[in-house]
Write a protein that binds this ligand. Structure first.
Ligand code: NAD
Ligand code: UDP
Ligand code: UDP
Length: 324
């Protein structure tokens, strides 16, 4: 028990893209933040600006091993998020989601902390329902290349709900849809980072297929606001709740916007569409609107401007130097 309103908050995966923004917001609210990360995809550089703050502590630790600390709240974000990263060591990816969840839930149980899980729209797999409401159970291949991520995250959700029912833990599960912004990994192979870097370097912009497939992109600040609102809800709110930006854009529209914003002379080129590439992905965020009184506020154009500014710093370096 602490004497004041400031809390000690653990953020696993805190040196990653989303985690570093979350740490920043929590420090801004006056809390003490314990950032735990094994630096697989996260970097010290992502949190360097917080290291001089006495309320911030950075700890190298892998969540697949037990962790004994005293905290009031836990945000569990540790897990590589993009296919190139989570398929690099798929066994470790499953361990991170499953054993990591068990350890963090065990910790939450011992110290009676509220615990938040960063789940994903990928738990819906290749969905038959558009947009996906939280009630949809998904369509996931249990033995494919993506399964380590999708099934790992599904099992983590199962563990969260069983610890809730069996041990009365206060849990908060959010399902995150495509998010972008400063500090996203430059060589994660995702469309936003690829296109921005190609535009800044004057290289051809790669559209897979004809670019008519659509995606919905949420700016990181909007997403973190939803995380904080979710954590503040009463014990009756467990989720799962979808968080994302329902605004839908074709990949071609995204590319044209980036060209316009960067003033790039890059040309659009078409490459083959990868197998199983979904034609459309869009979150149904009715529950978040109603339950968290939240909806995204930052338009794609504005969010891209901020992201481009961040990437400008990197554009003059060869890709190899982006390794985490
Ligand atoms: P990220 O790769 O930038 O961050 C993940 C962090 O976890 C990294 O800092 C990494 O080093 C750390 N990590 C990985 N394995 C670990 C382990 N075993 N022990 C300790 N730390 C470990 O990715 P992100 O985009 O910031 O994603 C954060 C969370 O949000 C992930 O759980 C991810 O699945 C989820 N998510 C993200 C998105 C998105 O669009 N960015 C979408 C859906 C879900
Ligand atoms: N655990 C941890 N920190 C703690 C308490 C538990 O890392 O402060 C881990 C520990 O490895 C344990 C797991 O969480 O195995 C699950 O804990 P739980 O109490 O649910 O189960 P048990 O201890 O009975 O295995
Ligand atoms: N994509 C593209 N060019 C790229 C990278 C991706 O056209 O350089 C396409 C990809 O085929 C997909 C969409 O952009 O249709 C989003 O891809 P991403 O990997 O970012 O996310 P996801 O498919 O998981 O939503």
């Amino acid at each position: 028990m602490r004497y004041d309103k400031t809390k000690k908050i653990l953020v696993t995966g805190g040196a990653g893209f989303l985690g570093s923004h979350l740490c920043e917001r929590l420090l801004g609210q006056g809390h003490e933040v314990l950032c735990v990360d094994n630096f697989f995809t996260g970097t010290r550089r992502n949190v360097a600006h917080m290291l001089s703050e006495p309320r911030f502590e950075l700890m190298r630790h892998d969540v697949t091993f037990p962790l004994y600390v005293e905290v009031d709240e836990i945000f569990n974000l540790a897990c590589p998020a993009s296919p190139v990263h989570y398929q690099f060591d798929p066994v470790q990816t499953t361990k991170t989601s499953v054993i990591g969840a068990i350890n963090m839930l065990g910790l939450a149980k011992r110290v009676k902390a509220k615990i938040f899980q960063a789940s994903t729209s990928e738990i819906y797999g290749d969905p038959e329902v558009h947009p996906q409401p939280e009630e949809y159970w998904g369509r996931v291949n249990p033995i494919g290349f993506r399964s380590c991520y999708d099934e790992g995250k599904r099992c983590a959700e199962t563990l969260f709900f069983d610890y809730h029912r069996q041990h009365k833990l206060s849990i908060k599960v959010v399902r995150i849809f495509n998010t972008y912004g400063p500090r996203m990994h430059p060589n994660d192979g995702r469309v936003v980072s690829n296109i921005i870097l190609q535009a800044l370097r004057g290289q051809d912009i790669t559209l897979y297929g004809d670019g008519s497939q659509t995606r919905s992109f949420c700016y990181v600040d909007d997403l973190i606001e939803a995380f904080l609102r979710m954590m503040e809800t009463g014990p009756e709110v467990t989720g799962p709740i979808n968080i994302g930006n329902p605004g839908e854009f074709t990949i071609r529209q995204l590319a044209e916007m980036v060209i316009d914003l960067t003033g790039s002379r890059s040309k659009l080129v078409q490459l083959p569409l990868p197998p199983d590439d979904p034609k459309q992905r869009q979150p149904d965020i009715s529950k978040a609107k109603q339950g968290l009184n939240w909806e995204p506020k930052i338009a794609l154009r504005e969010g891209l401007q901020k992201t481009i500014k961040y990437f400008e710093e990197f554009s003059s370096y060869p890709p190899a130097q982006f390794e985490a």
